[in-house]
Design a protein. Sequence first.
Length: 183
Amino acid sequence: MKRILIIFLVINFNNFAQGSVNEKIITSLKRISNLSFDFEQNVNGKIENGNCVIEYPKKIFCNYDNMNNKLLVSNGKSLVIKTKSGSYYRYSIKRTPLNYILDKKFLINEIKDLKGRIIDDKFINFKILKDDNEINIFFDNINYNLIGWQTLDIYQNLSITYIYSLRINQKLDKNTFKLPSSN
């Protein structure tokens, strides 16, 4: 009988601890209206760096520090990728995993029902499966802030984004998320 009681307590403690972590992440997300950060992105082994601003819901502006001076912008409906060389690509945000990553309400609702896994006592990972997208989203295990994500991009390339130098709720220019023209 003692053994059954101990097993019951251990299982319930683990469930309680997981719920507590989820609640801390949700609380952290709820207080955020925007994020500014530097990033390192690995797409099929090609590393790119830059900085981004996210404003919830579904807005992002990223400058890449590469020879193409790539720019990625979403106004919440469309996603544009533009390079200095003149390449210009426009997508509906709904066709990309960013549709979910940039939707704070979606993330909160998913995290409520998911069991995260702790990685190296540093990161908390949640795997989200939605509309043929597999999104792995990562949070810091100490302050519960977003630290990155892993997805397959629109061309089915593995894309891993690690964010650092995070700044929360900065004053933003209202034109930050204006889509660039194609010329």
